[in-house]
Design a binder for this molecule. Structure first.
Ligand code: NAD
Length: 481
């Protein structure tokens, strides 16, 4: 079944692109067309930004936080009502196992957006503080028109992490979706219509890099919120630097799981699929480097290998599937290229290493583990974005921390130990925006983001709302009562 839906949504209406160009979205597991998406031109971006500015200057920008919170909460409810269909569509687009997709595409977007509706309702727009001459009013105003650019791997959750705080703060948004997952974003537009979001508050323009560049370049955009690769993030940051435009960047990662000598291997191997193979490895915060102590090295290599081997590879729409196909042929070929680099690097392949037998259709890669990996090798330093792990030996805790930090990136990470306090102490020393101790799960109520080449700024939690406000101080001579 191929979707006939129009994918460009501007000023509250479904519309055709100014160019006839479309891109076919292909189902990852079957390689069959799922539907055609418009490729937004610079003219489409301009129409969307113009609509967003009009909406900002209209009633939306002037509504009270409480009024906006009520509409944003309705928007979240409308998304939730469509969660089942949306999660299945994303699984078909990018190969995400449905059990995960139900949570991150079906449930999480409404939860995140609902969280921000609740948060902003609690915040007054103005605060009075004692000042030099008299009272000072500190005002929080919406930063303006937001250009939100998302990748294909978690298209719903990553968009929600921008839409929730932006809309709650009173901003308007132009969302640029990626060509590989351009179809599921219709859920946001349907929810916007159902929740009676005023026209122009949310606009959706699918397209590739050029569409994204047109959005970043547009003079009518006040802030960019980007999730994607470090290479694209650097280019966007450079352009935003020239324009002096605020930008939030959520980029790549190469996180480490530090396994301590006192680890409970049952706990570790139960957590490993979710921490290291989540979404077929197509996850920015995945712990793809496993740091194993010399004292238990062989045992840990075996446990990681057996866990990988036991993962069920197959149809992403089957609830039992742990590993689905990668998003595209290009992505699979890229991942297989890294697997070949690993084989030629002196590392020892312990399982996987190719396309699974009998999976001729769909872009599958076997869960793959390399042991005896040198942390300076390509497979330990570069983001592979597939189900490929490197096990690296360490000698002593200091060496483990040094290896964990010997990376261009700093986004996720985990520590596995039966001594929770020691785990926290090591987590404090890992150079990363987020670290889990015997677990890892992004928390709506806590900031998420990276250090070093993994990004700038934070999403989620109250900290994720702040970038969508512009602050104004009004000094007065009025004395406080
Ligand atoms: P990508 O950088 O190629 O593309 C991401 C989005 O940016 C797409 O919509 C793309 O069309 C657009 N884009 C690309 N170049 C652009 C430019 N110069 N100007 C404007 N827009 C541009 O990344 P991808 O391959 O789609 O996604 C995978 C990457 O995303 C991985 O590196 C992954 O780690 C990262 N990611 C990071 C997070 C995070 O929260 N830190 C989350 C998910 C994915």
């Amino acid at each position: 079944m191929s979707s006939e839906r129009v994918t460009l949504f501007v000023d509250g209406r479904w519309t055709g692109s100014s160019a006839a160009e479309t891109v076919e979205v292909i189902e990852a597991a079957t390689e069959q067309p799922l539907g055609a998406a418009s490729v937004g031109t610079a003219q489409d971006v301009d129409s969307a930004v113009t609509a967003a500015r009009r909406a900002l200057e209209g009633p939306w920008g002037k509504a009270t936080p409480e009024e906006r919170a009520a509409i944003v909460a309705r928007f979240a409810d409308a998304l939730k009502a469509q969660g089942r269909e949306t999660s299945a569509l994303v699984s078909r687009e990018n190969g995400m196992p449905i059990s995960l997709s139900r949570a991150v595409n079906g449930f999480a977007p409404a939860a995140i957006i609902g969280y921000y509706a609740g948060l902003v309702g609690d915040h007054g727009r103005e605060e009075t503080r004692p000042g030099f001459a008299g009272e000072t009013l500190v005002r929080r105003e919406p930063v303006g028109v937001v250009g939100a650019i998302v990748p294909w791997n978690y298209p719903q959750a990553l968009a929600a992490m921008k839409l929730g705080p932006a809309l709650a703060a009173g901003c308007t948004v132009v969302l640029k979706t990626s060509p590989e997952a351009a179809l599921d974003a219709v859920a946001f537009a349907d929810a916007a219509v159902a929740a009676e979001l005023p026209p122009g508050v949310l606009n959706i323009v699918p397209g590739g890099r050029e569409t994204g560049q047109a959005l970043v370049d547009h003079r009518g955009v006040d802030k960019i919120a980007f999730t994607g690769s470090t290479a694209a993030g650097r280019a966007i940051a450079a352009r935003c630097g020239e324009l002096l435009r605020p930008v939030t960047l959520e980029l790549g990662g190469k996180s480490a799981a530090i396994v301590l000598p006192d680890v409970d291997l049952d706990v570790f191997t139960r957590g490993l699929p979710e921490v290291s193979f989540v979404n077929n490895g197509q996850t920015c915060h995945a712990c793809t480097r496993i740091l194993a102590p010399a004292s238990r090295y062989d045992e840990i290599v075996e446990a990681v290998t057996e866990t990988a081997r036991a993962l069920r590879v197959g149809d992403p729409l089957d609830k039992q599937t742990a590993i689905g196909p990668l998003v595209s042929r290009a992505q699979r070929d890229r991942v297989l290229g890294y697997v070949e680099a690993g084989k030629g690097s002196g590392a020892r392949l312990t399982t996987g290493g190719g396309v699974p037998a009998g999976q001729d259709t769909g872009w599958f890669v076997e869960p793959t583990v390399f042991a005896d990996v040198d942390n300076s090798s390509v497979i330990a330093q570069e983001e592979i974005f597939g189900p490929v792990l490197s096990v690296i030996r360490y000698d002593g805790i200091d060496d483990a921390i040094r290896l964990a930090n010997d990376s261009e990136y700093g986004l996720g990470g985990t520590v596995w130990t039966t001594d929770e306090e020691q785990g926290r102490e090591i987590a404090r020393q890992v150079e990363s925006g987020t670290v889990g101790v015997n677990t890892y799960g992004i928390d709506t109520n806590a900031p998420f983001g990276g250090v070093k080449a993994s990004g700038l700024g934070r999403e989620m939690g109250p900290e994720g709302l702040a970038p969508y406000f512009s602050l104004k101080s009004i000094y007065t001579t009025v004395k406080s009562a």
